[in-house]
Design a binder for this molecule. Structure first.
Ligand code: UD1
Ligand code: UDP
Length: 361
């Protein structure tokens, strides 16, 4: 079976690494073609993950990034269409909710190539988020939907998607967290800080970075943190801070984006996590850390339900209070996101599919 995987943004490299490894180990007869759209292109947003996570070099690199959502999606669609006609895959695999996800799903659906969506069924119910539009559309053109949780399954059922297409398999990011934990690496610059005594922060969500008032609120909240804050700064956020002439408080230790192995080390050695990232909210949980989420809603509602994730939006006072009140004791994690075998389940399910003629001959 020939599978064509479309990835392009940081979290997708991490997610796809787990499925690619399972395919290679358990289904050596499958043939995976890896396509990097180019959505993320800085070395520390892309190359580092291929090197550290042992992801094969992409078979195709489209070199499309840095534009608006519409520009990126449209240019990717055009190039992916030609590539899929050339490669004639049996399945196209897409991950998450980025512009690369939507472009891959749409290009395949229009060519009648079956689409598998990994991390299906997540909803924030906020259609102002570009990611919400990407996930809704991707789920509705997909032929196989791999949902990480029962909640995601219910979201899909409510939208009328047939049960027969949906498989609840757990979360591939949990697979990654378990697999790479023993390889975690302390960043060289860390020595001035104390293990267990810092807040790890990431900020990149458009609803925050594109709104100077929200960014002001977040920075003011972080400035009041009783703990030093470590902030690996996403390039989008760096650009927006400069554009709005906002400076970071001295108490924040700003570093460039780190590789996944350093990120895992920081997540497992911090006191708590402060983030607007989807993936980092879950990883905080995987590593037994409380999370203060800089958003008004989250797709990962089960974390809020079990009391390990607090939504604070971009309010200075809520952020400062949440950081200073969080319990230091940590917690044991439950199986909210499966058993760490999601990638294997996905690869088994894909390879058990009857080959559907794509219409490309
Ligand atoms: C994208 C995804 C978001 C995901 C995030 C992961 C969409 C709509 N958004 O957001 O869901 O959570 O990736 O990090 O697909 N930039 C660089 N260098 C890079 C990458 C980006 O300078 O390597 C800058 C560019 O100015 C670019 C901007 O960041 O225009 C935004 O990048 P883009 O990929 O469009 O969105 P993200 O905010 O990264
Ligand atoms: N990550 C990383 N280095 C960083 C920040 C994040 O390796 O400097 C990893 C993080 O551990 C997680 C993934 O990137 O696995 C999350 O990506 P991001 O926050 O960019 O996107 P989201 O999950 O919100 O889509």
């Amino acid at each position: 079976m020939k599978l064509l995987t479309v990835i392009g943004a940081r979290p997708q490299f991490i997610k796809a690494a787990t499925v690619s490894r399972a395919l290679a180990a358990h289904h050596p007869d499958s043939h995976e073609i890896l396509v990097h759209t180019g959505q993320h292109y800085d070395a520390n947003m892309s190359d580092v993950f291929f090197e550290e996570l042992d992801i094969p070099k992409p078979d195709h690199h489209l070199g499309i990034g840095g534009g608006s959502h519409g520009q990126n999606t449209g240019r990717m669609l055009e190039k992916l269409d030609a590539l899929m006609v050339h490669e004639k895959p049996d399945w196209v695999l897409v991950y998450g909710d980025t512009d690369s996800t939507l472009a891959g799903a749409l290009a395949a659906a229009k060519l009648h190539i079956p689409v598998a969506h990994i991390e299906a069924g997540l909803r924030s119910f906020n259609r102002r988020m570009p990611e919400e539009i990407n996930r809704l559309l991707t789920d509705h053109v997909a032929d196989l939907l791999f949902a990480p949780t029962q909640r995601a399954l219910r979201n899909l059922q409510k939208e009328g998607i047939a049960d027969s297409k949906i498989h609840v398999v757990g979360d591939v990011m949990y697979d990654a967290a378990l697999f790479y934990k023993s390889l975690a690496r302390k960043p060289a610059w860390f020595d001035a800080l104390k293990v267990g005594d810092f807040a790890l922060c990431t900020i990149h969500r458009a609803e925050n970075t594109d709104d100077p008032d929200r960014m002001r609120g977040i920075l003011a909240g972080l400035a009041e943190s009783p703990l030093p804050v470590v902030l690996p700064l996403h390039p989008r956020t760096r650009k927006q801070l400069a554009q709005f002439h906002l400076s970071l408080p001295d108490t924040i230790r700003v570093v460039d984006p780190v590789g996944y192995l350093e990120m895992v080390w920081l997540e497992s050695h911090c006191h708590l996590v402060v983030t607007d990232s989807g993936g980092v909210q879950k990883e905080a949980y995987f590593h037994g850390k409380y999370c203060v989420t800089l958003r008004d809603e989250t797709e990962w509602v089960e974390l809020v339900d079990v009391g390990v994730n607090t939504l604070v939006g971009a309010h200075e006072n809520y952020i400062a209070t949440a950081i200073s009140q969080l319990d230091r004791s940590g917690f044991e994690i439950d199986r909210l996101y499966g058993q760490g075998d999601s990638a294997l389940k996905i690869s088994d399910c894909l390879l058990s599919q009857k080959q559907i003629p794509s219409g490309l001959s």
